[in-house]
Design a protein around this ligand. Structure first.
Ligand SMILES: Nc1ncnc2c1ncn2[C@@H]1O[C@H](COP(=O)(O)OP(=O)(O)OP(=O)(O)O)[C@@H](O)[C@H]1O
Ligand SMILES: [Mg+2]
Length: 479
């Protein structure tokens, strides 16, 4: 008898060996998986195309909003975010400099959460759109985190706006009162004084914490804002997120969201937060750049529809928290390109904000600062936050001011004969003091009480009684 194995026996032995082998290897993998899952589960793809700032990658899957690392020349990693996909292709948008990218570069997902580090240690710091310190004061020592895209707040839980906020600007306190938890817009063309007025409100508004988002504006203004407007004392209770115009569109977008997340963090701690964003238009433009780059069709003035859904997502995050909790009072500057009040971003912003302060180029050119166009501006929460007396005086002011402005051309050329219309006569007599109420030097604050008193004094002028045409509200004469 030979002990030679049959073919079947041979197959069984090989199979047993192989199974043992596989078991051994699986055990090894299990061990590696237990110790560091990311190392084992890393999937890689490659870069296939790059057009403008859009990168196209294939070979792996990653959710929208997740971060990837692209291996640049010499192993330099470049971070990018997944912003869209088509079939098997993922569209990525770099967060920083893209020099050094090569065809077929390796791309691997690095994280999919979009949490940002937050904490009290942020106070007094200046960070970029990725929350990295820009001020050279060392690393941020913060332990908490907040979602970059915010948490949805149940609208029924939000406390209504009921309390006025002293912003230190007389025309706003008296005529366009801002409430705690209100979201206001400062609308103007370029160079009319948005940033200066925002700076005044930063300096003079009472708030526990000030969060400033300098988004897509001039890099020069960042240092100026910190040194000249905030100053040492102001900065100690402020957080500045700076993502100027030369940052990538993604960074600018994230800068605005980060500033809002930081404001939410302090609001959730019960603090009164003042959130200032210069500017909302640059935020919309950053989204326009991204959306157009990944192929979304433009709608109005080159802005794709996603811009108009992203604006309310950002703005709705500000406002009051639950009853008795903190509040984010937000002020956004909005650039009305070419002084066009119907600019699509301005129009969308006006519809979602709780009020707008419009600055007029004509007033600025005549040297009347702050150049607030009282006729075109409105605070939608004013009736809920001021007493009836104050509201009626403000409305009376607007009537007189508007009467004068509508007839200004006639008056200036001497075509108006005094006495023809008692209402206009009143307006002419009162106009200098109406203008005085708006005028204010940028280095001077007028507190709430003083503003209300000055409004009362202005509106109680004898002129209206001389002609007796316009019914002076009876409530004007306070006891
Ligand atoms: N209250 C003020 N008092 C005196 N001058 C002012 C005042 N506000 C603005 N200005 C003048 O107007 C200039 C432009 O103001 P500012 O930078 O605030 O404009 P802007 O609307 O923010 O412009 P941009 O859209 O280009 O950012 C200032 O440099 C200053 O000279
Ligand atoms: Mg500006």
């Amino acid at each position: 008898m030979t002990s030679q194995k049959t073919d079947t026996e041979l197959d069984i032995t090989t199979l047993a060996d192989r199974t043992a082998n596989w078991r051994e290897r699986l055990k090894e993998h299990q061990h590696r998986l237990d110790s560091d899952p990311s190392e084992v589960l890393s999937v890689e793809g490659r870069l296939t195309r790059m057009v403008g700032l859009t990168l196209e990658a294939v070979g792996f899957q990653a959710p929208i909003g997740s971060r990837c690392e692209v291996q640049g020349a010499g192993g330099k990693p470049i971070e990018a975010e997944v912003v869209g996909f088509s079939g098997e292709i993922l569209y990525l948008m770099p967060t920083g400099d893209i020099r050094g990218l090569v065809p077929n570069a390796r791309v691997r997902p690095i994280r999919s959460d979009s949490q940002v580090p937050v904490g009290d240690a942020l106070l007094g710091r200046v960070v970029d759109g990725a929350c990295k310190p820009l001020d050279g004061k060392g690393p941020l020592r913060v332990k908490d985190s907040m979602p970059l895209h915010g948490k949805l707040v149940n609208p029924l839980v939000r406390a209504p706006v009921r309390q006025h906020l002293d912003v230190g600007v007389q025309a706003i306190n008296a005529l366009l009162s801002v409430g705690r938890g209100q979201r206001m817009g400062l609308f103007a063309g370029s160079g009319v004084g948005k940033s200066v007025l925002l700076g005044m409100m930063t300096r003079y508004t009472e708030a526990d914490v000030i969060v400033v988002g300098l988004i897509g504006e001039r890099g020069r203004e960042v240092k100026e804002f910190i040194e000249d407007i905030l100053g040492e004392e102001g900065l100690s209770r402020a957080v500045v997120v700076a993502s100027p115009a030369d940052n990538s569109p993604l960074m600018r977008l994230h800068g605005a969201m980060l500033a809002t997340s930081i404001a939410e963090y302090f609001r959730d701690q019960g603090k009164q937060v003042l959130l200032l964003m210069d500017s909302l238009t640059r935020y919309a433009q950053a989204q326009r750049e991204i959306a157009l780059a990944i192929g979304e069709p433009p709608a109005t003035k080159g802005y794709p529809p996603s811009v108009f859904s992203l604006l309310p997502q950002l703005v709705e995050r500000a406002g009051n928290g639950s009853e008795g909790g903190g509040a984010i009072t937000a002020i956004y500057t909005v650039l009305t390109e070419g002084d066009d009040q119907q600019d699509p971003v301005a129009d969308a912003a006006r519809a979602i904000l709780d009020g707008h302060i419009v600055l007029s180029r004509q007033l600025a050119e005549s040297g009347l600062y702050p150049a607030i166009d009282v006729e075109a501006s409105i605070s939608r929460v004013m009736p809920q936050i001021v007493d009836e007396n104050h509201l009626e005086q403000a409305q009376y002011f607007k009537q007189m001011y508007s009467t004068y402005r509508q007839n200004q051309d006639l008056i200036n050329v001497g075509a108006y004969a005094a006495g023809s219309d008692p209402k206009i006569d009143d307006a002419i007599a009162m106009f200098p003091s109406l203008q005085n109420l708006i005028k204010q030097s940028m280095n001077q604050a007028v507190d709430w009480q003083q503003s209300v008193d000055n409004l009362t004094t202005t509106m109680q002028q004898p002129s209206s009684q001389i002609f007796g045409s316009l019914q002076t509200p009876t409530v004007l004469h306070q006891g």
